[in-house]
Design a protein around this ligand. Structure first.
Ligand SMILES: Cc1cc2nc3c(=O)[nH]c(=O)nc-3n(C[C@H](O)[C@H](O)[C@H](O)COP(=O)(O)OP(=O)(O)OC[C@H]3O[C@@H](n4cnc5c(N)ncnc54)[C@H](O)[C@@H]3O)c2cc1C
Length: 156
């Protein structure tokens, strides 16, 4: 029995798993895909967000383009340019997620991948999670970080 089960290995799930493991909790994370996996994303990270992320992940090898400002257009007509004092940049998303997952693992989180959760059952004192291989895992709490394409939220 785990203290926490985290479903989903995207940034939400991995960061939560990392912080829980860091606080001494017994955590397991289940991710249906095998990382590194492709993820549709522009990879834009603001300056403020990068300062938070860099406390955990070294972004220097993951950086793509530097973003110094944005052009605003409407119907092919250029309207304005907004510059930024502090540059943000894009990251390589699949590598970034993979790196964050390995940080959670290094912190002591058990990572199960590929491992799809297909059912969640809430009992009075525990949560039961059913996996695609037929096994059942239990925890005191559940973090559902399945992203926008997930549908497990319907079970709870
Ligand atoms: C076209 C596009 C461009 C974007 N550009 C940007 C951008 O430039 N900057 C930015 O900050 N954000 C951007 N986003 C948004 C960003 O991608 C999301 O906000 C972010 O991925 C959400 O992270 P998450 O961890 O909540 O979910 P996700 O990253 O979606 O991760 C959820 C994970 O859960 C897993 N999962 C789902 N169901 C199950 C299950 N039953 N069992 C086990 N695992 C499961 C999935 O495989 C997935 O890996 C963009 C999104 C899109 C679509």
């Amino acid at each position: 029995m785990y203290d926490f089960i985290v479903i989903g290995g995207g940034p939400s799930g991995c960061l939560t798993a990392y912080l829980l493991a860091q606080s001494g909790f017994h955590v397991a994370l289940f991710e249906r895909k095998k990382f590194p996996r492709k993820k549709l994303c522009g990879g834009g990270v603001s300056y403020k967000a990068s300062k938070l992320i860099e406390k955990i992940v070294d972004l220097s090898n993951l950086k793509g383009r530097v973003i110094e400002g944005s052009y605003l257009s409407y119907k092919n007509r250029h309207l304005t340019y907004v510059g930024q004092d502090k540059a943000s940049y894009s990251i390589h998303r699949s590598e970034f997620d993979n790196e964050l997952l390995s940080k959670a693992k290094m912190m002591g989180c058990e990572v199960h991948m590929p491992s799809k959760v297909f059912e969640i059952e809430e009992r009075s004192k525990e949560i039961c999670v059913k996996l695609n291989n037929g096994s059942i895992k239990k925890s005191g709490f559940l973090i559902l970080a399945e992203g926008i394409t997930g549908n497990l939220y319907r079970h709870i």
